[in-house]
Design a protein around this ligand. Structure first.
Ligand SMILES: [Zn+2]
Length: 284
């Protein structure tokens, strides 16, 4: 069923597990996300970024995501990822999105607070949940490039002030996480995460979960992360499957080729859901 994610994340926070927000661009990725969620009886977030909406068309992609969410047997939020425009946020809320991430992280602190406040106000009018970002997470959502983990990290004292001033439901932090591929072994700043957790009571979000080892994810959950964003690994599964099938069989049977790719993506998403569950029984 279609639902806002705030209550889902709060429940995850109380019980010590995390939810996955999986980025979609099309029908097949959306199918893989929903099949994995239902197989694992897990709540999930289907995330669409501005780039995906531009690629597929806002209404077309929204109707695919919302249609799947409404028909699902588990709780599913449809979420706008990394948005810098209030107009786009309102347009998605009007289409029926139940969550939004406003991303003012490139702005000076005060301007990020102002933009986030306006987004919170818009989301509240639609009963939707809202996430914001403080600190700069390296990399771009849509292009899976390799990055060093040298971003401007989230300042714990600023995080406390930011959450109080904006009233957001969840905060995305930069603690050494990157979008795309990690260069070498990912190293998260767990001390910083612990400090943020001590000062901020809303669920924390970690973008760039692709490529993080399960032990790192588990440690982050213990330190208060309740939502992980996954994009790159799903696309790698999609493209690897398509490439292998075309090279091996040269088969142009679309339902068969894409169906096999959906199964490959589903497997990756199920593995992530399993790690995010952190040994807990999820409430679907
Ligand atoms: Zn992200």
């Amino acid at each position: 069923m279609l639902t806002p994610w705030n209550a889902l994340l709060r429940r995850a926070q109380e019980r010590g597990y995390a939810l996955g927000a999986f980025n979609t661009y099309n029908l097949e990725i959306t199918q893989a996300i929903l099949r994995a969620a239902e197989a694992k009886h897990a709540p999930v977030l289907i995330a669409t970024g501005s780039g995906a909406l531009k690629y597929a068309g806002s209404e077309a992609l929204a109707s695919i995501a919302l249609g799947h969410a409404r028909a699902a047997t588990t709780s599913v939020a449809v979420h706008l990822d990394h948005c810098t425009s209030i107009e786009e946020i309102v347009a998605c809320l009007r289409l029926g999105y139940t969550g939004v991430m406003v991303d003012g992280s490139a702005l000076p602190f005060g301007e990020n607070v102002d933009l986030t406040r306006r987004a919170v106000q818009a989301a509240r009018a639609y009963g939707a949940s809202i996430e914001a970002e403080l600190g700069a997470i390296v990399g771009d959502e849509d292009r899976a490039r390799t990055h060093e983990t040298n971003a401007a990290m989230t300042d714990p004292a600023q995080a406390e002030e930011f959450v109080r001033a904006t009233g957001v439901d969840a905060l995305a932090v930069a603690v050494g996480n990157v979008h795309g591929f990690y260069r070498g072994e990912p190293r998260l700043d767990f001390d910083r995460l612990r400090e943020i957790r001590a000062l901020v009571d809303v669920p924390l979000v970690l973008h760039g979960a692709s490529g993080l080892p399960p032990e790192t994810i588990k440690q982050a959950i213990v330190l208060g992360v309740c939502k992980f964003n996954v994009n790159t690994e799903i696309r790698v599964a999609l493209f690897d499957s398509l490439r292998a099938q075309l090279l091996e069989s040269g088969d142009y049977d679309l339902p068969k080729v894409f169906g096999t790719a959906v199964t490959a993506m589903q497997r990756v998403i199920e593995e992530k859901i399993e790690v995010f569950a952190h040994g807990q029984i999820l409430a679907p």
